[in-house]
Design a protein around this ligand. Sequence first.
Ligand code: ZN
Length: 300
Amino acid sequence: MNIKKYIHIVLSTMVILLYIVLFIGHEYIFSNDLHEKQINKYSIEQINKEDLKIHFINVGQADCILIEKGYNSMIIDAGNDEDSNLVFRYLKRQNIDKFDYVIGTHAHQDHIGGLDDVINSYDIDNVIFPKQVHKTNVYKSFIKAVNAKGIQLHSPNVGETFKFGKATFEIMAPNSIKYEKSNDYSIVIKLTYGDNTFLFAGDAEYVSEYEMLDNELDITADLIKIGHHGGSTSTSKDFINKVNPKYAVVTSVSNKHGYPSYKIISRLRNMGIEIYRTSEYGNIVVASDGRNITFYTNNN
Ligand SMILES: [Zn+2]
């Protein structure tokens, strides 16, 4: 066999092997995490009015989380600027007319893009936002809306707790004043209702995760909103081990830009955590009576 032919065969074999590995990886990550048995078709009547409700509104590669408890409501982020109509329709369906708390986790547009419209359109008691300044237009619109309402932005302090009806939430991050990465400014909160706990990780990455660990904060939770759409620079092994959740919600589209990352999904699966992805379920609603957590979806 001449050397050229040999190289050709070796290269072809490598390409075929690479293709197989990629294909299996691709199939693995896209093989869904649907738990048809545990999830109910969403119907507002089905959920007990007394329950705490957490709506992960499907805004694609972005975050928008509505939380309701009786007459109290709060919103964590509001998707991109162009998600406003979708978010408004959703809020209207839930008969939301005011917010006790609006939390902008950090200055990126997939989080605060739609918040200016929410602030302009609803009665709002408190706006919580990290000490982060950005040059973008979405940031400017957000600040403009806050100022127009005469609201004083509240900068979160770790350990600070807020009352939310019969629930409470506590600030877990940011633990520093300055970060290299914008995502690490993310406000992370832990919401407690009865025996149930929920950790909303914003887009916090390793640096912020290790600060929470180093400061020995009680980040354990039944459910975690996975940081940064399941990207590989969040959800470190140490962090997720400490949180030790039963459920994980991932807000992303299906893996187009490496979100969620194969590595993170495998990590969660290997820990036996049930994964719920907005890319598979659409809007995900989590109800808690203070003891039990139930999942609902309306698939859009
Ligand atoms: Zn994001």
